[in-house]
Design a protein around this ligand. Structure first.
Ligand code: GLN
Length: 543
């Protein structure tokens, strides 16, 4: 068995250079050469997990199978590798301190002064090596959040320094920097890279490979200059040019031989050629669409690029699967009402109502759903999106005028969406929702069963509220039926409208499970329905 090798990915000069994508791309190439690889993210903030962070702060919160609320980069890791991640793949400073402080209270360090070095750094190192020790991965890639030089990431960099010393050639550091192009000078500039490597060196860490994010190709001269000033081989200066889609990056990294360089430095010779033919096919279909559709994504965080990351990426996967360009138009739920819905939503081939918390924008979501239901526009509701569809149906079809979710109106006399029984006694907010994977049994003869083509599915959840089964008969009699149910607890997981071409709401989050290798069947089918709707819509207008 191979000794686990550790690759650390740090970032310099600026945030948002795409450490997550570089890590995922390198992992993909190594996986394609036959290694078992996982990726871990270390986040320097004090929250124990990002579950309590507002999307404005941190983008989407990604949920793993084992119910961990994690950084959105884990979504990229899964989408690229098609291997599930877990709680162990995302560690925050808050978690590290929480563990150390609990140990201190238990008396594990009795008599000692508990300090950043060695106690905090030991706990960081334990978390890094956990994946190698417990799960036997050949290679663990650890992405250090933040930018070198940040006060809060110092303990992580120190842990990397110690591990580099302890592990020797079983470990390497990849540093991602920016090489800006100064239009006025007509030149690429290496100075910020030199400075960020110097900052890393001040913490005792010499990077082995430098990946340079750039808008223009690096010539030999620039590569040699970076190599010279930063003490790396010229072959270890890797260009990461801006790409049209993140899914091109593994192929760009293969051209730049990032994987070969990493393997050489880790003393792992590989004569297997990475087979990325499936990936290339995915990309070909994505870049050569035969048609197009326009989908409205209705939510309250639309001004934020990363708030619905997994949904956006699931659309990319479905776009390739259908070889159809999916234009996603984000629409602020607060801007929609019953009077303007037809105008705001015209020209859309499908409407997705996003997950969310709290009452802001809720009535706009309900109006958008009413429009989709009445006009037979394909509709996909996810989590809160399903709950709003239930409220809309209750109010406008069942004529339960006061119908609401008790999340929005605790005193409603018609609580069609209500808090789950076991949630009622919970007061703490962090990590206490219904989280992670649950079984869902599909009801025979429903659209959902036809789409999935299997009797049982396993989907991930993140919610406190649920369809109130007290109303089930009334809904079913009026045509909104249960298509998926949790067999143990009888919780409704999927609802659909019988007399509508595609109207499906799911209590879980299918977007967390869509990958390049396995685009999610619900998204693929939703886009298919949108393509059909567009054709009929266009035929109707040309008459
Ligand atoms: N706020 C809703 C609940 O807690 C929906 C959550 C979601 O959309 N993820 O049940």
């Amino acid at each position: 068995m191979l000794n686990t090798r550790y690759i650390f990915v740090t970032g310099g000069v600026s945030s948002s250079l795409g450490k997550g994508i570089i890590s995922a791309s390198l992992a993909k190439l190594l996986q394609a050469r036959g290694y078992s690889v996982t990726i871990q993210k270390l986040d320097p903030y004090i929250n124990v997990d990002p579950g309590t962070l507002n999307p404005y702060e941190h983008g989407e919160c990604y949920v793993t199978e084992d119910g961990a609320e994690t950084d959105l980069d884990l979504g990229h890791y899964e989408r690229f590798l098609n291997v599930p991640t877990s709680q162990a793949n995302n560690v925050t400073t808050g978690r590290i301190y929480q563990t150390v402080i609990e140990k201190e209270r238990r008396g594990d360090y009795l008599g000692e002064t508990v300090q950043v070095i060695p106690h905090i750094t030991d706990e960081i190192k334990r978390n890094i090596q956990l994946l190698g020790n417990k799960y036997d991965y050949d290679i663990v890639i650890t992405e250090i959040g933040g930018t070198v030089g940040d006060i809060e990431s110092l303990p992580y960099i120190e842990a990397v320094r110690q591990l580099k010393w302890e592990l020797g050639r079983n470990c390497l550091v990849v540093h991602l920097t920016l090489v800006p192009y100064l239009a006025a000078a007509g030149e690429l500039k290496t100075k910020p890279t030199q400075h960020s490597v110097k900052t890393l060196l001040e913490s005792g860490v010499q990077p082995d490979i430098i990946v340079c994010r750039t808008e223009k190709h690096l010539n030999q001269n620039i590569r040699s200059k970076i190599a010279l000033f930063c003490n790396v081989d010229p072959t270890s200066v890797i260009e990461s040019i801006d790409a049209k889609t993140i899914y091109e990056v593994p192929l760009l990294m293969r051209e730049e031989k990032l994987d070969l360089e990493a393997l050489r430095k880790l003393n792992l010779e590989s004569d297997i050629q990475p087979d990325l033919s499936k990936w290339e096919d995915f990309l070909y279909r994505l870049k050569n669409p035969l048609g197009e559709v326009k989908i409205g994504l209705v939510g309250k965080y639309v001004e934020l690029k990363d708030a619905y990351k997994s949904i956006q990426e699931s659309f990319v996967h479905a776009s390739s699967a259908n070889q159809c360009k999916v234009h996603v138009q984000t629409i602020h739920s607060e801007s929609i009402d019953d009077d303007n819905a037809a105008d705001k939503l015209k020209g859309l081939d499908g409407i997705l109502v996003a997950p969310g918390f709290g009452s802001r924008g809720i009535e706009g979501k309900i109006s958008a759903i009413r429009f989709a239901r009445e006009n037979k526009v394909p509709f996909f509701g996810i989590c809160l999106g399903l709950q709003c569809a239930v409220v809309e149906f209750a109010r406008n079809v069942l004529k339960l005028e006061n119908a609401h979710s008790t999340e929005m109106n605790a005193d409603t006399s018609q609580p069609v969406i209500d808090m789950m029984e076991e949630q009622k006694k919970i007061v703490a907010k962090g990590g206490t929702m219904r989280l992670g994977v649950y079984t869902c049994r599909l009801e025979k003869g429903t659209k959902a069963a036809k789409i999935y083509q299997v009797p049982l599915v396993y989907e991930r959840h993140r919610h406190r509220y649920e369809f109130n089964n007290h109303y089930m008969k009334e809904f079913e009699n009026a045509g909104m039926v249960t298509a998926g149910i949790n067999p143990k607890r009888k919780l409704v997981e999927i609802m659909e409208i019988r007399d509508h071409p595609w109207f499906i709401g799911v209590q879980f989050h299918p977007e967390y499970r869509s990958t390049v290798d396995k685009p999610h069947p619900l998204f693929v089918s939703f886009i298919e329905a949108a393509m059909k709707f567009r054709t009929s819509r266009q035929a109707a207008t040309s008459k």
